[in-house]
Write a protein that binds this ligand. Sequence first.
Ligand code: ADP
Ligand code: MG
Length: 178
Amino acid sequence: PTPADPAFVEITVNSPEQMQQLGRRLAKLLRAGDLVMLNGELGAGKTTLTRGLGEGLGVRGAVTSPTFVIARVHPSLGDGPPLVHVDAYRLSGGLEEMEDLDLDVSLPESVVVVEWGEGKVEELSDDRLQVVIHRTVGTAPAFDAPGAGEAGADGVRQVTVTGIGDRWAAVDLGVLTA
Ligand code: ADP
Ligand code: MG
C-alpha cells in the first residue's frame, strides 16, 4: 500500500484462544495515547480480544464484559500504560454521554479500547485502530481443529483491522497475521 492508503489487514480467527492471541499480538503494537475501536455484533469476540490485549499489555485484573459498568481501568503491572476498557453498548449518544469517564483526559497516558464505539467516540482522536469482527456463517472448524467438538467452543471469525491517521501510516499491521 502507498502511504496514502489506510493500513489494513484481514485475519481469520478460528477459536476464542486465537482471538486472545490476536489481542496479545495487537498489544505489542500499542502505546499510550492509542485508541482502539472494536465493532461487531454481540458475541462476536470483542471482549475476548480485549482480554488478550490486557494480557499482552500486562495489566492487572481479568478483562470481563462490563455488565454494570461502562468502563474499567486496568493499571499496568509493570511500567506500561493502563488499559481503559469501555463498553458503549448501552449508550446511544456520543462522547457527551460518557463525559464522566474523562476519556479525553486518560487517553494520552492510556490505551483506550472501546467496544461498540462506532459513531460515538471517533472525535476522541484522529488516529485510531478500527477492528471489526465478523461472525462467518457455514465455516465450521475442521474436525481435527483445536477445540473442535467442545460444546459451544468454536466459531470462525473474520477480523479486519484498519489503521486510521498518521500514527498508523507506517505501522506494519501484517505482524498481526503471523
Ligand atoms: P462480545 O464482546 O463481542 O460481545 P465476547 O468476547 O464477550 O463477545 O464473547 C464471544 C463468545 O463467542 C465467547 O463465548 C467465545 O467463547 C465465543 N467464541 C467462539 N468462537 C470465537 C472466536 N473465534 N473468537 C472469539 N470468540 C469466540
Ligand atoms: Mg463485549
